[in-house]
Ligand binder design. Sequence first.
Ligand code: ARG
Length: 596
Amino acid sequence: MSNSVLDILGGATRAVFEEMGFPAQYGAVRESDRPDLAPFQCNGAMAAAGFLKKKGEKSNPREIAAKVVEALSVHPAIAGMEIAGPGFINIIPSENIIADRANILLDDERTGAVKADTKTIVIDYGGANVAKPMHVGHLRSAVIGESLKRLMRFRGHNVIGDVHLGDWGLQMGHLISELEFEQPDLPYFDNGITDRFPEESPVTMDDMAHLYPAASSKSKADPERLQLSQQATAELQSGRVGYRALLDHFIRISIEYLKAGYGELGVEFDLWKGEASVDPLIPGMIEAMTAQGITEESDGALIIQVDENYDAEKRKGIPPVMLRARTGAVLYHTTDLATLIDRKNEIDPDLILYVVDQRQAMHFDQVFRAAVRAGWYERDQLEHLGFGTVNGADGKPFTTRDGGVLRLADLTEMMHTAAAKRLEENASMQDFDAAEREDVANKVGMAALKFADLQNQRTTNYVFDIERFVSFEGKTGPYLLYAAARIKSILRRAHEQGVSAGSIEITEKAESQLLLSLDAFDRALEQAAAKRAPHILCEHIYRLAQSFSRFYTECPMLKDDVPDDIKASRLSFAELTLRQLELGLSIIGIEVPERM
Ligand code: ARG
């Protein structure tokens, strides 16, 4: 409970409904659909009338509403109430309660955000693959996952972010077999050598970036070449030491490269585990599941049924989980299940969130069902948070001009360039030196990219439109950075003029509105966390920036004829707003420059 103005009003109305013999929840107060009439409303009179009617008593919602209004007519938190339509109660909070609340938020580092959650949560996001370059699909996972991690942490949860690298599948066999063509004399390929492999990696990231596509395209054209990759994968998985040593190099080199790429995005993982890291758990896991009697042989493969109503012929229902293929290879299902055991052993989380492309929904449904069948987790401890694709103007998944997948590095470069170009049109940038320009362009580019992604409902696809993303107008990252940087400049000016902040007083409607916007922060955080929906927080931040802008137009702060105490109050409003804007933006991974 955050003690927001809404909470206080709700407490008052709930008490009245209860006194009148109705369930207290009928007194719930919410933000109004018609903020032009009143900021809050209570719709409980209709429910209360229905309640009476069910009991066979006379019922009239407007009359009930009138009684509620009457009972609250002298409440100190309420300035006015009005009944609208069939019995909606519009509620206007008093200036006193608003000023009190404003001063509480002003004194609170967290500007009203409570910290009461205590779960241990693993967030599985990023999901880049070793050797394959990251692409725009991995971008969404990184950006959404990072913001959920920060959000959950800010709420108080103990959150562990794991990148869960893809480092155990066929792409490893491709790399190994292709490298063998190029450098057959390496000790890793000599079965007689089983230890003391060189410490230096035989390949760089650039080498891997060409080895993989070379092997993959050859394999598409030539089944025999594919078989070599499959063979290498199987040998790797069955523990061939040279291959394993090679894999360790691949992973180490990739992690170095990925750390830099994610770092540029402001994305940080607590764990850099991957599929390969859980390989040692697989034999024991398969044995235990078999002993439980939940596995079955099917066509030489080992499977787990996860849907009683599954019908293979009609292709209805959820197909079984594949623990082991006929070739003996383990699969994506297997490593994800072993990872669940690893997380249970190492962390014992209350909840695991998987931030992965919506197109993998079936995979996670299968894995979760198997883990529940095995008795490791309850179903509600495992959640797949899918997301849509990033599309080009043609509505198809976004690619480069020549049709290839876009690399993350190219994408951030593009955003930087577009932001720099847009900033050049900005007169004040002319005074900045090269380093500051560079820094501002970086921050604007990142803000543009992240906000464009996060402001959408997670599951929807969106169109990649760089011009719109970097615009300073509308619901964009750059608009929000500009709003925050402008407050910083206002604060600097106030400082120069010797104005100091003081306690908040409410004298104008725009001030009340600004406070009520600020006061919605905790609700936005709570809902965004509950729905795993960063866009709810984005919406809050955007509204806050707009409320401040209205406030700043209507409530002069630094003009000579403004009394000192009002100047001090408005300056506090500016400080408070900036603090909350920066907090909110940092949760969605956006940093504000000092000026722009
Ligand atoms: N590496 C995978 C991919 O690129 C994503 C991994 C997602 N996480 C997981 N636990 N399966 O598609």
